[in-house]
Write a protein of this length. Structure first.
Length: 592
């Protein structure tokens, strides 16, 4: 009891501490995540600013291309001149009204670069964006890629709020801005960018930008590393007229391409070793690129792990305490059970000697009484000696059962094989139960077909058969003299025969004994439970008295003899004929 009280007090103290530590650790994790989310939201403004600067570069390209094409009377000649003199232009493209390629021709595509462009022209033309009338503002992304929703169109084909703009002097398009848009194409060393413009007469002009040039322009408008670290500003080139981008950053930012390769980074170098705190996908035409912001470890909110360690330590202490208590309790129970078993074994062994003497002197007294003259006194003494002999035999069976229970299961030691006549042995056992069966109105029938002698242990055989007949005596309904009806009288049958090659033991001969009755029977679901120690199907007050170890003793004895004891299926012929319970015993003849 003191140990149990100590464990209870320990659990009472540790459990609240464990819960407190767990709640503290959980609250700290939630606070850390909330702080990271707030910081990421704050730093995302830097990503939006950088995104506007990147897109501003392409807006400047579009303005420049529109101005040049607007002033041109010959689009092809203008594209050729732009390719020669404009570093950003890698190749111009013109498509006719029917979608056929007008420019460039095979003559225009020379060298290795021309061959690479020629190989991709067909795919570029087929996947170019559908151009619609739209007003190009600071956000050109709505019409840059095929499948992206275009801006809302008015009844006359212009974007709502759009001001007409002259282009190229053609009357058909002289009053409106031409439809235009961006296209991405993967070729050679990565993503390529094309700018498309709808021309008068249903034609289209495309400009393939030089990747290395626009990469250089992007880097030029983003802060350099020195400026970002010093808090200075990096002025934009003359591509745009917008305000310069402030290079001062918290942490670091890096530009990542479609292959997840870093194109450019600026800010705190140490911060790049940390995971990205916030990610922003660029607008078109670089929608496959990302801007990532990283923050140094000193600025990243980190919750203390002390509450978590405290909670885990408390849980560990709690588990160890429970484990120690359970282990000590189990050891104590095992020790108690071992001492009880040893005591039962010692007492049983001590009882065998006086029981043997009682039976010996009972038999001697019966022999002496047989020499006396017949008289009422002599008959009374004989009957009393028979009661003493019967009860001593029953006590001896109980002692043998106790010794069988404490014997290690599975070991076949202690079996003494003798030449026996099974039929005579069964008749002797049946004679022991004849008086009690007659008093209960139970008819016992024995059918033995074993004529030759066999090698078995008669004590084991008797122990098993006695336990089976004891159950018949307990559970088969008794018939009194007033209601003794032959149709409803109790009945028990014993069938004995020899069997060979039984089960998984070919070549071995077995004594097969079947004991069946017309009692209440045993449901199939209890087939294994009835052989467990102290297990009883009916534990009610009205149930027959018993300890629930008889069948356990019988089964273990059968296994020790190299055999088995099983409950017969209720659908078997013999059990179905009587309507009660049936058991089948197999004992190996001779050492196994």
């Amino acid at each position: 009891m003191p140990r149990q009280l100590f464990v209870a007090l320990l659990l009472l103290v540790i459990t609240p501490l464990v819960m407190l530590g767990w709640l503290s650790a959980n609250a700290a994790r939630q606070g850390e995540q909330a702080a990271k989310d707030a910081l990421a939201k704050l730093l995302s403004t830097q990503l939006f600013t950088a995104n506007d600067e990147v897109i501003g570069v392409f807006e400047a390209y579009a303005d420049d291309f529109d101005d040049r094409l607007n002033e041109s009377s010959d689009v092809i000649e203008t594209l050729q001149e732009m390719r020669r003199n404009h570093p950003i232009v890698r190749q111009g493209i013109v498509i006719g009204r029917e979608g056929q390629l007008v420019f460039p021709t095979n003559i225009d595509l020379n060298g290795r670069d021309g061959a690479e462009i020629a190989a991709s022209l067909s795919g570029i033309i087929d996947s170019r964006p559908p151009l619609q009338h739209a007003n190009r503002t600071s956000d050109r992304t709505v019409m840059a890629v095929k499948g992206v929703a275009p801006p809302e169109i008015g009844q006359q084909g212009f974007s709502k709020g759009e001001e007409p703009r002259a282009f190229g002097g053609d009357s058909q398009f002289s009053e409106v801005n031409p439809p235009s848009g961006w296209q991405r194409w993967y070729m050679g060393d990565g993503a390529q960018v094309l700018y498309w413009v709808a021309l008068p007469g249903g034609r289209f002009a495309g400009i393939l930008l030089d990747r290395s040039r626009w990469l250089a322009d992007l880097i030029a408008v983003l802060p350099d590393d020195v400026a970002a670290l010093s808090g200075q500003t990096q002025r934009r080139t003359d591509l745009t007229t917008s305000e310069p981008l402030n290079g001062a950053t918290i942490g670091s930012i890096q530009l990542v391409d479609e292959a997840k390769q870093v194109v450019y980074r600026w800010g705190d170098r140490a911060a790049f070793e940390q995971p990205a705190l916030a990610v922003h996908v660029l607008s078109e035409p670089l929608a496959s690129w990302q801007l990532q912001v990283h923050v140094s470890e000193s600025l990243t909110p980190v919750s203390s792990l002390l509450p978590l360690y405290f909670s885990l330590g408390g849980i560990g202490l709690l588990v160890c305490s429970v484990g120690v208590y359970v282990l000590s309790s189990v050891r104590r129970q095992i020790a108690d059970a071992r001492s009880r078993v040893n005591f039962a074994g010692q007492v049983s062994h001590e009882l065998r000697t006086p029981l043997t003497n009682i039976r010996l002197y009972t038999e001697l007294a019966e022999l002496d009484l047989e020499r006396l003259d017949k008289s009422p006194q002599q008959q009374t003494l004989v009957e009393r000696l028979q009661v003493i002999d019967y009860e001593s035999r029953r006590l001896q069976r109980l002692v043998s059962g106790v010794l069988e229970m404490i014997r290690p299961s599975g070991k076949r030691s202690g079996v003494r094989y003798q030449e026996c006549r099974v039929c005579e042995l069964v008749d002797q056992i049946a004679q022991q139960f004849a008086p009690s069966f007659a008093g209960a109105g139970i008819e016992l029938e024995v059918q033995c077909l074993i004529e030759q002698t066999v090698q078995i242990d008669p004590d084991v055989f008797e122990l098993i058969l006695v336990n089976l007949l004891s159950n018949v005596e307990k559970y088969v309904p008794r018939q009194t003299g007033a209601d003794n009806d032959s149709d409803h009288a109790g009945r028990c049958e014993i069938h004995c025969r020899l069997e060979s090659s039984c089960g998984d033991k070919p070549g071995q001969t077995f004594v097969a004994v079947t004991v069946i009755d017309n009692g209440p029977g045993i449901a199939r679901r209890y087939a294994k439970r009835i052989f467990r120690p102290f297990a009883r199907i009916d534990d009610s007050i009205s149930a027959p008295s018993g300890t629930g170890i008889g069948l356990t003793i019988a089964q273990r004895a059968a296994e020790r003899h190299g055999g088995e004891l099983v409950l017969l299926n209720s659908s078997s012929k013999d059990v179905r004929r009587l309507g009660g319970a049936g058991f089948r015993l197999l004992l190996a003849t001779g050492p196994v």
